[in-house]
Design a protein around this ligand. Structure first.
Ligand code: MG
Length: 410
């Protein structure tokens, strides 16, 4: 089964998830791998700088190769090969004008936009291979431990973040809709109290307002509801410890990315004194998790299928965590395809804790594909029995959200 093409389609629309109930715009890139067997696979990428260029490069590189050779193709892209290079390795100038390099990794760095592009193509290959073998993608990963992946909702903040009743309403509605876990952003919970946006600090005033507002969330959601908070890698070590200690009575599931992620030592310093488990790694590849785990800098690993290298890398990271008896939660900035792909992995990982979804306020992001079960049921993404990811594009939704200059896949 030869790859005949890898195509992209950029979707564009509103995103209702802003701080204070605000709205912005968001783009998603749908990736389709076509084959000479007449079947195709679908993947998704975030439209970050360099990602579409990476996918276009892979289209040139992968065309004509066996789709079942996913390990070889993706490893060649991310880590390169040693001489003698494999047959079909490109050199010189490719048809699209990219310069191919077959002397080492074409990228020479397995992180950033290249990995994000490869993640999208890998997801599409898993969908494709599952379809070719007539089995759900989770079976390519060893089969499921559970029927679905528990979802945790990333919530923003109410229109007026000083209104405690609005926080209670937001939490109560989430609990009533069947979800059992949610997350809030420390840096946006009391942003009206911030006087210096540069110094990585949290004032006592800001911490006190955060504690009040999360207290309202806890009251509304009840004592059994799991609540997490995200620091977005913003803070210095002492203030991250101070906010963790202040939040201790609220029984949080985790404190996420308290300090800049370039330094495992500072995160380890927070972890040593934090009464709340530390969760890290939403943009990490496997090797970065190894650094943090070796340094005992985290309690929960938090990879994202769109950023770590795809579904099988996500499972590899989960299995690495399992060796250390640590849980994984999956960060989720993805729309429908990425969420369903991550759910297949979550179902197949023993130590899976939850899968994030960012777009409950933005329905089109979850509706641009269809499948034979709803996206969410009882707070989970159920993994169905359809081959691959069990999805097809909803052409009407895609048409409504096609970015300028884009064409619908035929
Ligand atoms: Mg985060």
């Amino acid at each position: 089964m030869k790859i005949t093409d890898i195509r992209m389609m950029r979707l564009w629309g509103p995103r209702h998830h802003g701080v204070g109930g605000g709205s912005t715009k968001i783009a998603k890139v749908v990736v389709r791998v076509d084959t000479d067997a007449g079947i195709h696979g679908l993947g998704e990428a975030d439209d970050f700088m360099g990602v579409r260029q990476g996918i276009a490069y892979m289209a040139e590189y992968f065309r004509g190769h066996d789709a079942f050779a996913a390990n070889r193709l993706l490893s060649q892209m991310l880590y390169g090969t040693q001489p003698p290079h494999p047959g079909g390795a490109k050199s010189g100038v490719m048809a699209n004008g990219s310069v191919a390099c077959n002397m080492c990794s074409p990228t020479a760095t397995p992180w950033g936009p290249v990995v994000w592009a490869a993640s999208a193509v890998e997801i599409a290959l898993c969908d494709l291979i599952g379809k070719a073998l007539k089995t759900p993608a989770c079976n390519l990963l060893g089969g499921r431990f559970r029927e679905g992946a528990r979802v945790y909702l990333d919530r923003s903040s109410p229109a007026d973040p000083t209104d405690l009743a609005a926080w209670e309403r937001m939490a109560g509605e989430t609990a009533a809709s069947g979800f059992t876990q949610m997350k809030f952003d420390i840096d946006f919970m009391a942003s009206e109290t911030v006087t210096d946006v540069w110094n990585r600090s949290l004032s006592l005033c800001q911490i006190n307002r955060i504690v009040e507002r999360l207290g309202a969330v806890r009251r509304a959601a009840g004592p059994d509801f799991e609540i997490c908070v995200d620091c977005h890698m913003q803070y210095n070590v002492p203030d991250a410890i101070r906010v963790a200690r202040a939040l201790e009575p609220l029984n949080l599931l985790w404190l996420e990315d308290p300090t800049p992620i370039t330094n495992p030592d500072s995160c380890a310093a927070v972890r040593e004194k934090s009464p709340i488990p530390i969760c890290v790694g939403e943009m990490f590849i496997a090797e970065q998790f190894r650094l943090f785990v070796d340094r005992e800098a985290c309690d929960i690993l938090h990879p994202d299928v769109l950023f770590c290298g795809g579904m099988r890398e996500l499972q590899r990271i989960a299995q690495f965590a399992e060796l250390h008896h640590l849980p994984v939660a999956f960060h989720g900035n993805g729309g429908a395809i990425a969420t369903i792909a991550a759910a297949h992995v979550g179902a197949a990982c023993r130590n899976f804790l939850g899968l994030e979804y960012h777009f409950i306020e933005t329905p089109w992001i979850g509706e641009y594909v269809r499948r034979d079960v709803p996206l969410f049921r009882d707070g989970q993404v159920v993994v169905g029995d359809a081959p691959g990811l069990g999805i097809e594009l909803d052409r009407e939704v895609c048409k409504r959200h096609l970015a300028a200059g884009e064409a619908l896949f035929d």
